[in-house]
Design a protein around this ligand. Structure first.
Ligand SMILES: [Cu+2]
Length: 235
């Protein structure tokens, strides 16, 4: 009896230690590919009818849907409800450049309520005009003359989480997107649709995938250490 009681006690202690480990330190990356279900569109070259010397330097293509090897670029992948995590420097000091009359990058992720830095490498007049849409942030409409290399946009324009479209009133083809987020567990798909989000605590979450042309898709993910997540959007 006594021996049996003791071993039960030991087992209980081990179980408690095991639970504590599982509940705290385990996290992993969530990575995978965002695939396009349709046929990849042929890249379309846009006609440049203004500031040709600068804007016509490189061909400007319609990048609203970029598909390579079946994977979609510029899709925003967010994991909802995961606790903790740290914002990268790139998210706390998000920067967009206007170079060759396009926004680089096309889609930027920033920590909600921080400043957005907008560079003007073109040395011509641009005008940053935001369309906050459902995010309901304040609209920005700011001229950035050729001598203003760096514009620090007030954090009030990106206070609320959500997706803000950025356009230029001087060059009507210019389109960019800024994702203001309260969670650091957000990534943008790159070449071939690949993405990776680091340090996600183990658990079950909803994942939201947004693309400017293909809309929003939600799915579930069970994170346990490094986890694969592939998704198909569009079609
Ligand atoms: Cu412009």
């Amino acid at each position: 009896m006594r021996i049996g009681h003791l071993s039960l006690k030991i087992a209980a202690v081990f179980a408690a230690v095991g639970l504590a480990l599982a509940g705290s330190a385990f996290a992993g990356s969530v990575s995978g590919t965002i695939r396009f279900s349709g046929k990849a569109p042929a890249p379309k070259v846009l006609s440049v009818n203004k500031d040709k010397k600068v804007c016509g330097k490189n061909k400007i293509t319609d990048d609203s849907l970029v598909v390579k090897n079946g994977g979609v670029s510029w899709a925003v992948v967010s994991i909802k409800g995961a606790k903790g995590g740290k914002f990268s420097k790139a998210m706390k000091k998000a920067t967009v450049d206007q170079d060759g009359c396009i926004y680089t990058p096309r889609v930027t992720v920033m920590k909600a309520g921080t400043k957005l830095i907008v560079l003007n490498s073109d040395k011509i007049l641009h005008n940053v005009h935001t369309r906050p849409g459902k995010s309901k942030n304040t609209v920005a409409n700011i001229a950035q003359p050729k001598f203003k290399k760096k514009l620090k946009m007030s954090k009030r324009y990106f206070k609320k989480p959500g997706i803000v479209k950025v356009t230029c009133d001087v060059h009507d083809w210019m389109t960019g997107w800024v994702v203001s987020t309260k969670t650091p567990f957000v990534a943008i798909s790159g070449d071939g649709g690949k993405f990776k989000i680091d340090g996600v605590p183990d658990g079950s979450y909803t994942v939201e995938i947004w693309h400017e042309k293909l809309g929003t898709k939600t799915m579930k993910v069970d994170v346990k250490g490094d986890t694969k997540l592939d998704a198909t959007i569009g079609g």
